[in-house]
Design a protein around this ligand. Sequence first.
Ligand SMILES: NC(=O)C1=CN([C@@H]2O[C@H](COP(=O)(O)OP(=O)(O)OC[C@H]3O[C@@H](n4cnc5c(N)ncnc54)[C@H](OP(=O)(O)O)[C@@H]3O)[C@@H](O)[C@H]2O)C=CC1
Ligand SMILES: CC(C)CCC[C@@H](C)[C@H]1CC=C2C3=C(CC[C@@]21C)[C@@]1(C)CC[C@H](O)C(C)(C)[C@@H]1CC3
Length: 479
Amino acid sequence: MARGRGRLKILGRGWSLSELSAETGADAARSDPPRHRAHLLGVGVGCVFLTGFCELPTPSGAKTMASPQGSLEFGGPLGAAALMLVLPATMFHLLLVARSGPARLLGPPPYLPGPEALWSPRALQLVLAWLGLQAALYLLPARKVAEGQELKNKSRLRYPINGFQALVVTTLLVGLGVSAGLPLDALPEMLLPLAFAATLTAFVFSLLLYLKALVAPASALAPGGNSGNPIYDFFLGRELNPRISSFDFKYFCELRPGLMAWVLINLALLLKEAELRGSPSLAMWLVNGFQLLYVADALWHEEAVLTTMDITHDGFGFMLAFGDLAWVPFTYSLQAQFLLYHPQPLGLPMASVICLINAIGYYVFRGANSQKNTFRKNPSDPRVADLETIPTATGRQLLVSGWWGMVRHPNYLGDLIMALAWSLPCGVSHLLPYFYLLYFTALLVHREARDEQQCLQKYGLAWREYCKRVPYRILPYVY
Ligand SMILES: NC(=O)C1=CN([C@@H]2O[C@H](COP(=O)(O)OP(=O)(O)OC[C@H]3O[C@@H](n4cnc5c(N)ncnc54)[C@H](OP(=O)(O)O)[C@@H]3O)[C@@H](O)[C@H]2O)C=CC1
Ligand SMILES: CC(C)CCC[C@@H](C)[C@H]1CC=C2C3=C(CC[C@@]21C)[C@@]1(C)CC[C@H](O)C(C)(C)[C@@H]1CC3
């Protein structure tokens, strides 16, 4: 099947973008009996079980803390172990299925990749070089240094606000690289080994973070993630704000390498489509444009991330390290991956409707997030001073009018509307491009429940009053 200058080659069990017809080592590996891989999986599972479920004593010198909820989140050690297997498996499943002919979200993967298809020293070098570049940009002088929320010991950490600057410099470097012959269009063929290298990096990194937390003072530990069970604590993360000098690992990972890699992968998929079909499709332009807007917006409003529960409440462990470094770039680019292998016709009228949906979602998302951030920074700011509030025993107030009087999480609603707009360009013939919407709904419903729990603890009766005044959580009159 040949279109444009490039060629889409069917590999029987999947699609491969390749100019070469010779079978590569990776291709050959696909015909290996799955026995060895099942054995490897068994060894991996065995290790996790051996180290985590025997209720090992708390590592010597470690300080343990009960979760403020008194119970463990994410289904405890068993849930955490399951998630550590299921999340990477899901990511690889999506990567394989997106390039397969049928592209069935719920079917089996087209083939089981062997070690040759997953492991590539070059992919690991690329991942490490990318992290190195982003770390260097993080260390550049910042236009502003912001203070985080007050910590248990009453101090506040300082954070450089130069994420948008890092995005601009990265864009310039990538532009220069591409014009000097950097083969960005080779990236789509490398997604599998890159995702594997990113997962490996996240795993090793989480292990180092876990060890670092063993020598951290008690005041540096997160409210969750210090149960004494190594599996659970490794997953959730023990230390709240792990740092070396002023380099904050969690803050760095949350916004930069993963989000920027996501839009870079999208761009590589767009370039590959242009090479194959003569020009990128309208659907590919929309997906790239919407997601670039989302990432650029996050980096422009970088300071706002300092009030999210990931920074203020959650430790930095495998969940966030894997989420930031592997899950975000390789699964959030799923729609663009799907479009490369399954081009979808999209007319201008439908494209305009989709743009309108994205604009509405962005308006709600940005309006709600900015209103809360402005209010939290300065309640007497003229933009929020007229809003109705409920006082709380902590001295802080809760908004009960404006966006936050409509539902208790208007920002989630806006985010979900955008998620819908990112899937619609992929048509309705497949469920696969809607994975993000489904996963994100589950993530936000769970996150909302965690946040409610934390707010109830923080604000007590005032929170109950807020829930009475604003009865719906995310979707007015429905949920
Ligand atoms: N794309 C993705 O994968 C993800 C995106 N997101 C997005 O990140 C953004 C941030 O989400 P998240 O960190 O979960 O939570 P929020 O930004 O919704 O923050 C919740 C906090 O806001 C404060 N708050 C709640 N209600 C009120 C009120 N009525 N008035 C004033 N303050 C209030 C409380 O903290 P306090 O009172 O202490 O200030 C509460 O803990 C969202 O837009 C979300 O959609 C989140 C997760 C994943
Ligand atoms: C791997 C698991 C499924 C869980 C991992 C969850 C993480 C992928 C997300 C947790 C909170 C996130 C946020 C963003 C990206 C996804 C993760 C890391 C965010 C940076 C996206 C851009 C937004 O504008 C934001 C508000 C800055 C987001 C903050 C939370």
